[in-house]
Design a protein around this ligand. Structure first.
Ligand SMILES: NC(=O)c1ccc[n+]([C@@H]2O[C@H](COP(=O)([O-])OP(=O)(O)OC[C@H]3O[C@@H](n4cnc5c(N)ncnc54)[C@H](O)[C@@H]3O)[C@@H](O)[C@H]2O)c1
Ligand SMILES: N[C@H](CO)Cc1c[nH]c[nH+]1
Ligand SMILES: [Zn+2]
Length: 429
């Protein structure tokens, strides 16, 4: 838990370096596995499942029997909690539907844009150290609302070759029944190329560890698209003296417990807030079942004291956190001026866990500074915009001469002719 007081802006990048391996360090493993899976399909998938997940499977597709058993294993109160989260996530993502955009750019020239679902999508659900069934809600719900026709899901099996029942329960609740017990790089490669068992998809979604994230980035070389790099979780909290140290500590620990390569950062204008939060962290971490993971992640934690809200904001925008919690007297200043963050949580009673599970926003978010240029998963992630146009006789008469001139100036006479022939016809020639 390193603490810094008024670090110079020139040192921010060094102080706030992510603890994850570089793309280059993982690239070789990823490219080797991709190569093998593209050539050997299921045989290679099975080899890597046994190497990384420690299990050999005769059948990687989840059976109807496994689905039926799963539902019986989920207590009613958990089923109800999942249903409540589903309802909120549905409400928020349905509200993201936009109407068709239609404009007559000039009389007789009608242009419009409509969204169409991506037909085949692959959802990756992390399961290495915790079965993140909540991620199913975050991916399957918008995929269904968007109208994706073929939705498949990959998730790593445990050592007994099973998938956690809550994952199966949540998937079935969201109407996804095609699940493969495959995790990590091998899952991403399988969805990229297709194997004898696993279908190829057009776009791959979902968070994962560093291997999964680099694999998704690698997949884009083979024509598949991805939602965004959504790697090890991170949280930056800005807290001034209006914040509550025990709450701030609990939020920081909530993301530290994800993995040893997670990063949490506290930025504050108050030395007392930093000291009290650190003391709270040390107290709270003792009681966590994932204490060892959280303690390792805390080695990468940063506590940064700055002089003003303005400096804090610049630092936060430089870091571009996946999650940003703001508990400040002038929260509006931060809310209005945040430029780079995956998702923002405002005030003392908005824990980041709310967005992870149930408030309605999506928890699949850009990490590692990618919040500078990527959005988190949303309804549009599952659609493409297609443009349409219809030009009338009056329209082509008005726009035609300009097109002819521009085509001739580019030296593309066939383009010009496509207009000229129509204009002549209209002129009776
Ligand atoms: N950014 C987001 O939106 C978001 C959301 C949820 C979770 N997460 C992150 O997802 C991650 C989940 O990680 P996880 O590990 O628990 O599950 P995971 O499913 O992402 O990864 C498990 C797989 O990693 C592979 N693997 C493990 N060690 C390997 C190695 N040495 N070489 C190659 N492959 C290896 C295995 O195949 C295994 O199946 C966490 O880092 C969490 O913070 C991010
Ligand atoms: N915090 C994660 C996103 O970085 C999402 C998650 C799922 N379950 C718990 N948390
Ligand atoms: Zn979380």
């Amino acid at each position: 838990m390193k603490t810094y007081t008024n670090p110079a802006p020139s040192n921010w990048n060094e102080i706030l370096k992510r603890p994850t391996k570089s793309f280059e360090e993982i690239e070789k493993t990823v490219s080797d596995i991709f190569n093998e899976i593209s050539k050997k399909g299921d045989t290679a998938v099975s080899k890597y499942t046994s190497l990384f997940d420690g299990t050999s499977l005769n059948e990687i597709k989840v059976s109807e029997e496994e689905f039926s058993k799963a539902e019986m294993l989920i207590p009613e109160d958990l089923q109800n909690a999942i249903k409540l989260a589903k309802s909120n996530i549905e409400k928020f993502h349905k509200a993201q539907k936009t109407p068709k955009v239609e404009v007559a750019t000039m009389p007789g020239v009608n242009c419009w844009q409509e969204k169409r679902a991506i037909e085949k999508v692959g959802l990756y659900i992390p399961g290495g150290t915790a079965p993140l069934f909540s991620t199913i809600l975050m991916l399957a719900i918008p995929a269904k609302i968007a109208g994706c026709k073929e939705i498949i899901l990959c998730t790593p099996p445990n050592k007994q070759g099973e998938v956690n029942p809550a994952i199966l329960y949540a998937a079935e609740l969201c109407g996804v029944k095609t699940i493969y017990k495959v995790g990590g790089i091998q899952a991403i490669a399988a969805m990229t190329f297709g194997t004898e068992t696993i279908p190829q998809v057009y776009k791959i979604f979902g968070p994962g560890n560093q291997f999964v994230t680099v694999a998704k980035q690698w997949a884009t070389r083979f024509g598949v698209s991805i939602d965004m790099p959504a790697g090890p979780s991170e949280l930056l909290v800005f807290a001034d003296d209006t914040a509550i140290p025990s709450f701030v500590a609990s939020d920081l620990l909530s993301q530290a417990e994800h993995g040893i390569d997670s990063q949490v950062v506290l930025v504050s204008t108050s030395k007392t807030m930093i000291e009290n939060t650190k003391a709270e962290i040390l107290k709270q971490v003792e009681k966590l079942p994932r204490k060892e993971i959280a303690l390792q992640a805390l080695i990468n934690a940063r506590f940064i004291e700055v002089e003003t809200d303005q400096i804090a904001l610049q630092l936060i925008n430089t870091y571009a956190p996946e999650h940003f919690i703001v508990c400040a007297a002038d929260e509006t200043f931060f809310v209005n001026n945040i430029a780079n963050a995956g998702s923002v949580f405002i005030g003392n009673f908005t824990p980041e866990s709310a967005g992870d599970y149930a408030s309605g926003t999506n928890h699949t978010l850009p990490t590692n500074g990618y919040a500078r240029q990527y959005s988190g998963v949303n309804l549009d992630s599952f659609t493409k915009s297609i443009t349409f146009q219809k030009i009338s006789e009056k329209g082509i008469t008005a726009i035609g001469p300009s097109i002819e001139l521009m085509a001739a100036a580019e030296g593309l006479d066939a383009h010009k002719n496509a207009v000229t022939l129509r204009l002549k016809k209209l002129q009776g020639n």
